[in-house]
Design a protein around this ligand. Sequence first.
Ligand code: SAM
Length: 382
Amino acid sequence: MTHQSWIHLTDEAQATRLPEALKRRDRVAAIDRGWVEQIRLFLTLFSQPGELVYDPFAGFGTTLVACALEGRRGLGVEIDPERVDLARTWLADVESRTQQEVLLADARNAPLDPDSVDLCLTNLPYFGSRLVGGGPQHAQAYVIEHYADYLAFLDSVFAQLARVLRPGGRLVALLENVVLANGRFVPQAWDAARLIGGRLELEEERILCYDHKQPQEGTQTSRAHEYALIACKRRRPMDLEAARCLLLQLLAGGLSFTVIGSMGLVLLGDAPRHPADVDLLLPASPQQLDLFASLVRGLGFQVMSWGEPVTAPLDHEKLQGRFYLRARRLEKDGAELMVDATYECPWLPFDEASEHQLKCRGIPVASKHHITRLMKVRDGSL
Ligand SMILES: C[S@@+](CC[C@H](N)C(=O)[O-])C[C@H]1O[C@@H](n2cnc3c(N)ncnc32)[C@H](O)[C@@H]1O
């Protein structure tokens, strides 16, 4: 790292604070707002003037005010209609030569085009808050009761961000670990980083330090420091020989599978691009899924289902409706191999794929017709 990895922010500049009158209109006096200073710094580091910056948890519009000041186009999404109104009112008073827009929507399925965002910059809502969040309560992150549900919520937002970021675009997510009112430490920033790493490539962390002393609502934590988790939408080409070797090891271990995706096309000698991972289709049989999990674990992989680490024997009831298992192996020289093993594929049942599969140097590969059809379904063109 060539830059300083921590930043000390002492106070909010008067000129760019949320105006008092707007603060008073908020049901919790806007205590969960961020500072324009935090955001300006990351805007200048990770975006260019005129680029589109997205905040899926726009709150009072702090990110968009920073965008206005730095000449970026800002788009914010917020679930609480009163806050959408506050953000629009604040923005109307800030001079901007670029367009700033706030939408009333749920961050998990906000109406944005794939690959359209240059930078996503956001303060994530934190778990354990006793804040009264507005808007539809089934979608409001502040009212989530259980940590597993909170992490699942974050993961679906990260999935959406990975879709809407352009290749090479970055996510900067601000979050702190918290100590809850009863003294329980919750490593939410670290867990969020793990989930982000499943969707994007984590690049670095920076730590923001503040002079706060008072605990935050519902916690014993004063937000004296928080993490900026920085990740990029980038897929590194994988080591094809290592991938071939893995497939042969899975076959030797007795696993039934068919290779699909761009690795399948590479094996068929017809690859339009270099694959970033190995896509497999597995039979939806508990024995085969357990065999997959234990074989790859034995080969140094970590196995995950929707961001949660899992081990064999798997909880098959829980896997229903989750479509795939992901296995990742990171070596100490930084080389990585990732396998997505789909066991529920409505567009290509395992038996149909097997009936038409080919053998490429002993490895079972789905037909080119099936592979390209599946790829089109996945990228939405079929
Ligand atoms: C930490 S605050 C963001 C404050 C913002 N950075 C600012 O300074 O103006 C998190 C925001 O996320 C919003 N939120 C919670 N669940 C949401 C969801 N499903 N979709 C969009 N926004 C949501 C909350 O209402 C809250 O305003």
